[in-house]
Design a protein around this ligand. Structure first.
Ligand SMILES: Cc1cc2nc3c(=O)[nH]c(=O)nc-3n(C[C@H](O)[C@H](O)[C@H](O)COP(=O)(O)O)c2cc1C
Length: 193
């Protein structure tokens, strides 16, 4: 296989998307879209999350040390794209009808329509030059009841919830179909009555 050297890029390496839920200093829920999310092991499963630059989600986590991470599915994509392309400091951002509930273990806003939700507590902040990595313990995982049914296999369950992937600045469906460039799917949100 002949290959070409490139500058740092994660093109062609799909990632899973999550909406991080936090409360601001007045107790209002904020959600932002994130993909620099992965897992760590330290005697038990944990999570690492990387933030680039400044954003409301990061400020809120610094204040409260907790957040939720809500799996993004195809159904949630227009909303997720909007939340990833609208800064939390814009007063209009959260003037939307989003159904949320309180975490079962931590005081975090959880997105009801997302089938998998993590309740995360930051154990270590690792500041970098411009970004920051946070190492988190998973204090609770909420899964839609349909995902815990033993008589249905995981391939069928995954196909039913259809998590979205991202790479090459685009979104892809669970079965690999193009779902648009970053910033495009949110146009469908505006079309809803
Ligand atoms: C597809 C996609 C993935 C993103 N992933 C991250 C990420 O992993 N880390 C990050 O710092 N910002 C990421 N962002 C940017 C944030 O979603 C964006 O800054 C958002 O406005 C944050 O919302 P907030 O200001 O309410 O915190 C991503 C944006 C998009 C569109």
């Amino acid at each position: 296989m002949s290959k070409t050297s490139k500058k740092p890029t994660n093109d062609f390496c799909p990632q899973t998307l999550f909406l991080y839920g936090t409360y601001d200093d007045e107790g209002r829920a904020d959600f932002g879209l994130f993909c620099w999310f992965s897992y760590i092991w330290d005697g038990e499963l944990g999570v690492m999350a990387c933030f680039g630059g400044s954003k409301l989600t990061k400020e809120n986590i610094h204040r409260r040390k907790v957040f939720s991470a809500n799996l993004v599915t195809e159904k949630l994509l227009p909303l997720a794209d909007y939340l990833g392309n609208t800064p939390g400091h814009s007063p209009e951002k959260m003037k939307l009808d989003i159904e949320t509930e309180e975490g079962r273990v931590l005081p975090v806003p959880v997105l009801t329509a997302s089938p998998v939700n993590y309740e995360l507590e930051v154990k270590q902040f690792i500041p970098l030059k411009d970004g920051e990595v946070m190492l988190c313990s998973i204090r609770n995982v909420l899964q839609d009841d349909a995902l815990v049914k033993e008589e249905v296999g995981s391939p069928e369950k995954l196909a039913a919830i259809a998590p979205v992937h991202t790479t090459c600045s685009r979104y892809f469906s669970w079965d690999g179909k193009n779902m648009g460039a970053w910033g495009e799917p949110m146009a469908d949100l505006a079309k809803k009555p």
